[in-house]
Design a protein around this ligand. Structure first.
Ligand SMILES: [Ca+2]
Ligand SMILES: [Ca+2]
Ligand SMILES: [Ca+2]
Length: 551
């Protein structure tokens, strides 16, 4: 990939400017694939990511076969900052191929701050062409090859570790037949990739709980340009965690590959709170490091009916329209919506995400949510994505249809059981044609509470629900009353020792009603974080649900 910058930019060069004119590019950024497909992208006019929209065009070009192959060798003196690159261009067809052979020196990672745009570096910038932007007219005979060499000098103001040289052959109609590139100074760059774990001592339910022993397999990914050779190390200052042994793995990871870099055993103190987030520091031999987030809990899962406010959700992105609305809802009166109130349309160039808090995936369960959508078919999309606490979001499901009735989506979480993750609903729209959009309600990763009062747990009790759970500021307790003959009805909240914390008077005699609990007791004082039992008493029957209050 090469970015040609016009004159006037601090990082432009005469060759880059000449190529910018050659392509006839206007004032806003364009992408040209193989020289044959051109599209205006990015900049102030196109602020969203255009990736989902252009992906099919990229794939089409990628699938086209080439008559040429290009093999590169090079030498580089890191003291003198000079070198030579040699290209062998081979014609794999029987007909001769004519075009222009080009050598372009590019630099990545050039620090650059743009006003109002979250961008700190610019990439692929054309710094020089060898010998210049005119290139060399060449003809490669059928089933033959040509060999060419170019000398180059890396300027002192460039970072040689970020320099690549791209070699390509271009036709008279600007189509690029073939390209290849070398990295001047191959360098590994490691990042945390994810983990799996087993219980070495525990109840074997695939949830890491207080008092258990865990063996953790940590994966690292090489996002650099050179091979990574070496172990990794791990540590934590967490008072509830004792690392009892680590086995760094002997690995050789090539660029854009990954492997298990360390296996670590640790014990969780029986006095560890639940839930409790442990931060492990993972350090690679390159000095690269990452924080590995690992939640210990007796209560995996996460649920929210969106009736008690924003809670622990966050949202952000380009033209972010996510908010809680009362316009449509699956349960009760509220849902999340990415669009504009009153007009009931989304806007153009959205790329905005509604992000859940971190939670532990409940084993043998699917993640479920209800949605209502009208999206421009083929152009505007919703995505359900997961972050296995890597920071790299992976798409598990996409939405591009019209459902004028509420529809439930069920996403397999196999492969993530027991792991600490967060999910997001990402909404994307293109330049033209908007519709009403995407509503989300009743998000459910089944909440299972292990080791608390077992009265009635394990069986779904539709007549009593608590959401969100866990919660921080307030939660919505909904209950159904089917027996109106009984006047004996009580809704009470107890702490885990059975002490009464809060009681509600139920004056509503409808079939379905709800109360909001803000985490206070009967005297209006905020209660401590922890597990509480919500108990609905109807006549002689008692229904209970457990809810977790976070600090
Ligand atoms: Ca366990
Ligand atoms: Ca709702
Ligand atoms: Ca659209």
């Amino acid at each position: 990939m090469i970015a040609y910058q016009a004159n006037g930019n601090g990082y432009s060069c005469p060759d880059g400017n000449a190529r910018w004119r050659y392509y006839g590019i206007g004032g806003t950024p364009y992408v040209q694939v193989d020289g044959s497909w051109k599209q205006e992208v990015g900049g102030y006019a196109f602020p969203g990511t255009m990736y989902p929209f252009y992906r099919s065009d990229f794939d089409t070009r990628k699938a086209m076969s080439s008559p040429l192959t290009i093999a590169l060798t090079y030498s580089y003196d890191t003291i003198a900052n000079t070198g030579t690159i040699n290209a062998t261009v081979t014609n794999t067809t029987s007909s001769s191929v004519s075009g222009t052979l080009q050598f372009t020196v590019i630099e990545n990672g050039i620090p650059q701050n743009w006003v109002g745009i979250p961008l700190t570096t610019i990439e692929h910038v054309c710094r020089d062409m060898l010998p210049d932007s005119n290139g060399e007219a060449v003809t490669i005979p059928g089933s033959g090859n040509i060999v060419r060499s170019r000398n180059f000098t890396i300027a002192g103001t460039w970072n040689e570790k970020n320099v690549n040289i791209v070699v390509f052959v271009q036709s008279s109609t600007k189509e690029v037949y073939q390209a290849n590139q070398i990295v001047l100074v191959p360098t590994p760059n490691m990042e945390y990739m994810g983990l799996t774990f087993t219980e070495t001592s525990g109840n074997g339910n695939r949830i890491a709980q207080p008092g258990e022993g865990i063996r953790m397999y940590i994966k690292g990914k090489n996002i650099g340009t050179g091979p990574y050779v070496g172990p990794a190390s791990i540590s934590t200052t967490d008072p509830y965690i004792t690392i009892t042994g680590s086995t760094p793995q002997t690995v050789n990871i090539s660029p854009w590959s990954w492997d298990t870099v360390i296996i670590t055993n640790f014990n969780i103190s029986p006095t560890c709170p639940s839930p409790h987030q442990v931060n492990f520091l993972l350090t690679f031999a390159t000095g690269d490091f990452d924080t590995v987030r690992f939640i210990i809990t007796n209560q995996p899962g996460f649920s929210d009916n969106i009736e008690a406010g924003q809670g622990l959700w966050t949202h952000s992105g380009t033209n972010d329209g996510w908010h809680i609305t009362q316009h449509r809802s699956h349960s009760a009166t509220h849902s999340w919506y990415c669009g504009v109130e009153d007009t009931w349309q989304y806007t153009s160039y959205n790329d905005a995400s509604l992000i859940s808090p971190y939670f532990v995936v409940t084993p043998d369960s699917a993640f479920k949510f209800w949605y209502w959508d009208t999206l421009e078919i083929g152009y505007d999309y919703g995505y359900f994505e997961i972050d296995n606490n890597i920071g790299n979001w992976q798409t598990l499901s996409s939405y591009n249809a019209t459902h004028l009735t509420w529809t439930q989506s069920s996403i397999s979480m196999a492969g993530y059981y027991g792991q600490t993750v967060r999910i997001r609903f990402r909404f994307y729209s293109d330049a033209l044609v908007n519709a009403e959009g995407w509503y989300i309600d009743d998000v459910l990763m089944p909440v299972v509470i292990i080791g608390a009062d077992e009265n009635g747990s394990g069986n779904p009790i539709p007549a009593l629900s608590v959401s969100p759970n866990p919660f921080r500021t307030q939660t919505d307790i909904r209950y159904g009353i089917t027996d109106h003959s009984s006047l004996m009805r009580k809704l009470q909240i107890f702490d885990i020792s059975g002490r009464l914390v809060k009681s509600f008077s139920l004056t509503d005699i409808g079939h379905q009603s709800s109360v909001i609990w803000t985490g206070d007791d009967n005297d209006g004082r905020r209660v401590a974080s922890g597990i509480y039992i919500v108990q609905l008493e109807l006549g002689g029957k008692k229904l209970t649900e457990k809810v977790l209050l976070l600090k």
